[in-house]
Design a protein around this ligand. Sequence first.
Ligand SMILES: [Zn+2]
Length: 172
Amino acid sequence: MTGTASTPLPAEQSLGEQDGKYLRLAIGLADQARARGNRPFGSVIVSAAGEVLAEAWNRNGETGDCTAHAETEAIRIASPRFSREELAGATIYASGEPCVMCAGAIYWSNIRRVVFGIDAVRLRVFRGERLDQRDAELSCRDVFDASPAAIECLGPALIEEASSSHVGGWKT
Ligand SMILES: [Zn+2]
């Protein structure tokens, strides 16, 4: 698999046991999303104490809502229920690198830690050239780096597992 000619593929990062467990949960939700006719993305928000605060999958196909990305959906569940202080200690897991919209939602939620599976560069191989499937080519780290709060970001990680949800999952 190759990226676009100008963009190098980011190196895979290794995860600890807990991070691996929750990222795999997000990847499982991506497969569930796909089985229900949505883009294959899943997301989980976990508190500092290790409690799952929200689980969500992409619901574009089910709802017709173009903003129903997995991470934004998970934040819509968690944000009304938990305080900004609680969310500051939480981690959001995403099967794929958060897009610009989701990175913005993560910032607004006050979640300060992000772990993602397949990166946006590798994802573009699956997205292809269709305009309805292409993403804005700005890394989530660019959004986090521009935010006034420090947001730790780990990824790509478990690339092979996270990629499997996307094989044959996009229109050509
Ligand atoms: Zn998104």
